[in-house]
Ligand binder design. Sequence first.
Ligand code: GCB
Length: 598
Amino acid sequence: MLDYSVLFPVNTTARSAVSLDGMWKFSFDKEGKGCSENWMNGLPASVQMPVPASFSDVFTDHESRDYCGDFWYEKEFFLHDCGDRRVELRFGSVTHRCTVFVNGKEICFHEGGFLPVVCDITDAVKKNAVNKVVVKANNELSEATLPCGSVKELMSGRKLAAPYFDFFNYSGIQRSVYLVTKPQENISDYDTCFELKGADADVHYQVYTNGVHDVHAVLKDREGNTVAESAGAKGTLHVENAHLWKVRNAYLYTLVLEIRDGETVIDRYESPLGIRTIRIEGTKILVNDEPVYLKGFGKHEDFEVIGRAFNYGVAKRDYECMKWINANCFRTSHYPYADEWYQLADEEGFLIIDEIPAVGMMRSTRNFVKAGTGGFTHFFETDTVPELLKNHKLQVEEMIARDKNHPSVFSFSLFNEPETTSKEAHDYFKAVFDAARPLDPQKRPLTGAFEKNSQPELCQVYPLCDFMCLNRYYGWYISGGPEIEDAELKFRDEMNRWAAKDLNVPFVFTEFGTDTMDTLHKLPSIMWSQEYQDEYYERNFSVFDSYDFIQGELTWNFADFQTTEGIFRVNGNKKGVFTRNRQPKSSAFVLKKRWENK
Ligand code: GCB
C-alpha cells in the first residue's frame, strides 16, 4: 500500500483543503544549475505562470514552447495556526517528475506526470506565517519511464523531447494544487465493493486509518437522509431499495466516514458513492447484470493555450458534446486524467476505461507503421526494462489507489500499443498484470489496447486481458483512399481469424478513425475530407455489426489534439470527431444517429 493518501481533498468538520491555484513564479533551468544555486530557497529570476496550465502554449517563442529539461515553480502561501494538525500539499500531478521543497527543505520526489504528488509538510511549515513552496520539475523522456521516449540534442546543445507517442509532451503543474490540513489520526484510504440482492444492495467497505480509534460509516441518499450505518473499519452497509448507479442515469449517495473517540469526531471524510456492479460474462460487458454496448471515444486532455491542464469549462463542454452525440464511455488515453474528470463522469453516468501512461513501448512513434505491416519493433529486450517495469507497476498501484472508488471506472487499461509479439513482451506484461490484479477490491476487468501488429497468431499478450481492446485503422494507415474496399476485406479477414480463436470475451474497438480537415469537402471523397471520415466510419460499422462479440466502439479521437511537429501531422492530429475547439465535424452527425439506437 502507498505510504501517502491519494484521497481527493475535501472540506469537512475535521479537514480543510485550500486551493493554491493561480499565478506562480516560474523559471526554466537550461543549465541545470538550480540546485547548486539554491533555487529551493526562492527563484532568483522568474516569470508569472498560471497553475494549472501546461507552460508550452502560453509562450510566443519556439524555445520556451519546446523546452525540455528542468524547470521550477514557486508560490508563497499563508498557513493559519492549525495546532498540531497534519499539513499536506497535494498536486493533482506534476509532469513528468518533481522534487518539492518547503521553506528550503526537501520534502519529496515523485516520478510520473499523471498521478497525484502528495507530501507531508508538517515539519517544514511555520504557523500563522507565510511559507514558500518551490517545485523543481523535469519533462525529459526516456525508455525507463512512462510514457516512453528519448531526448534529442540539437547541435547547439539545446534539448528537445522525442516522444515515442503521438501527443505533444505538454508539461508543468497541469492540475490543481491543494494545501490540506487534517488530524494526525486520519483516514488515509477506503475501499468499497457491491453486492446486489434483489431490490436491495450491500455496500462492503474497508477503511484504512493510522490510529486505534473506532471507525463509523454512514450512507446518505441524495436528500441527505441516512439510509445505512455501520461501526467498524470493515463492514457492510445494507441499503434497502437501492438506487443503482446506471449508465447515463447515475445516482450518487454520499459516504461519510468518521474516526470517533466516544462522542468526539477525530476525522471525517465524505465522498460520493455509486452502487453498481461490473462483470464480464462470455462476450458481454455487464453493468448491474445488464449488457452494455460501449459508445464513445478515446480522448486527450488537450485544449488551446492551456495544453493538458484541467479546466472545468472545457470538461463541461466535452461532457455536453458526449451527451449530445449519445456516447456512454471514454478511455483516458493515454494516461490517467485529472480527478475532476472522474467526478464528472460519476455524476453524468459515463463509463471510463482508465489507462496508465504505458505508451510508446515501441522504439519510435513511426514504428506503428512498420509494425502494422508486420515489422518487429523490439522493445522489451533492453537493459532499461527492469527500471521501466518498476515504474509501470508503481504507477498502476497509484492509479488504482486513486480511482478505485469511482463508479464510472469500469476497467483499467495497462498499456497502449506496445510491442507484443515476443516472449520478453509477454513476461513483462505478465508481471504488470500479476501486480495489478490484487490491487482492485472490485476486481474490475483488466485490459490494454493492441496495435495492428498484435495479430491473433502473433500476439503473446492478449491472454492476460479480461476483454480485448483493438486499435485498428483499416482504411487509413492500411489501404486508405482509393483502396478502401480492400481495407474492409482485410479488416474482415483479421476479425475472422480472431473469431476462429473463439476467445469468448468481449472485443472493443478503442481506436479507429481518419485525419479530417474541418475545412475540406470533396465529392467523391478523398482522404482528409469530411466525406471520407463519414464513409470510413460507415464501413467500419458494417464490420463491427457482423460480429456479435464486438461490444463497443470508441473512435479515435473525440477532438483534434496537439502533437509533435512533423510530416505526418498538420498542426496536430486531426482525427477528432470534434475540432480542437469542440465544434462538430460532419461525422459527429453520423455517430449521433448511429448511437441513438445502439
Ligand atoms: C494510435 C495511437 C494514438 C495515435 C493514433 C493515430 O494507434 O494509439 O496515440 O494518435 O494511433 O492517430 O495515429
